[in-house]
Every structure is written in C-alpha cells, then in structure tokens.
Design a protein around this ligand. Sequence first.
Ligand code: GRF
Length: 207
Amino acid sequence: MPTTGSTAGSVVVLVSGHGSNLQALIDAATHPAYGVRIAAVGADRGDIQGLSRARRAGVPTFVCRVADFATRAQWDAALTSQVAAYRPDLVVLAGFMRLAGDAFLAQFGGRTVNTHPALSPSFPGIQGPREALDYGVKVTGCTLFVVDAGVDTGPIVAQRAVSVHDDDTVEILHERIKTQERQMLVDYVGRMVRNGFSVTERKVTIS
Ligand code: GRF
C-alpha cells in the first residue's frame, strides 16, 4: 500500500480532542519498522490537545471548523481537499466527532477507518461507554471499522472486549476501553498500511 518511492505508507489522522489514540500512532510511527508515516493531523476545532501532540511531534496540522462555512457540504468539501493535499493511503478518525459527508466519502470511502468505544453494533454514537454502563452489560469494548455514511455502522476491521466492573464510572470504564482501543488502533492501522486490505460487502480482509 505504501506510495511508490516511499518506504512507509502515509496516513492523515483527524481528531477533535484529547488525542491519546493519535499519540499512540505518533509513538508507533517513530519506529521505521511500523511502516506508517503520519503526513498530517487535522481537526474540526483549534486549541485541543490532539493538535499540540501533533505539533510536538513535528507533524503538520490543519483546522477545518464547521462554523467557518455556510453549509455542512461546504465544510465537508473543504475538509476533503485539506486531507487530499497530503495524499494519504489511509485516513484515521481518532476521536473525530464529526460524520464524514458525501464529498469525503466519494474521495476517501473505503480507505478511512474510525474507532468506536463499544462493541458494534451495540451502542453507536458518542455515548458508547455510558450506554453500556446504563444497560448493565458485563462486557463491552471497542471497534475499529471502515467508515461509511452511517453512525458507527461500517464494516468491522477489529474488536477488543473489555470487562465492565460493578463499581465502574463512565470515566473509569472509558479509560479501560481506551487502553485496548489504542493498542487495537496501532496494531491494525499498521497492518492495513503495510499489507493493504480489501472490503467485500461487510467483510474486511487484511492482505
Ligand atoms: C475514543 O474512545 C474514541 O473512540 C472516542 O473518543 C475517544 C477519543 O479519545 N470517539 P482520544 O481523544 O484519542 O484520547
């Protein structure tokens, strides 16, 4: 999958907040054997820790705010061209709190992954850990999937199970999930970029 002439495949990571998943990718990418170069980090808001992490690592950043555009479609088109400028092999949404729109999916559909802190198809949306806790499940987890037009509905690349403890709070449970999520993300983004992958209907196969 790496672009001809380069030794590492290139990735653009999109974030909206803390960026601990991004940090795990940045750390992994410092090892040449990982085979992934983080070409840029983009965000839908400024002044977030995710952008600071990128800058500290010397990774180019850009911000594309919904509020700066008259319509959601214009924002989506602008985000798409900002990502495209870095010619990524794979786009990684790592805590990016926006849905990909039509323009984005037309260009990057099938080569964009997202990570979700629940075991899909359970608890889609932004409250995965809270809804798992409220429902009373004993096992939840995280899911890496290929982005489609739905909310956390795309073909599943990988999942990790995480136990729910009786005394968990949402924050404690989410942190336990995120520990697994970071490892899953690093592991599978590396494999997808180094080896390539295919999506047939809902089945994702890494070469
Ligand atoms: C992750 O659990 C991600 O799945 C969810 O938000 C969290 C982001 O964490 N959408 P971080 O910003 O990578 O620390």
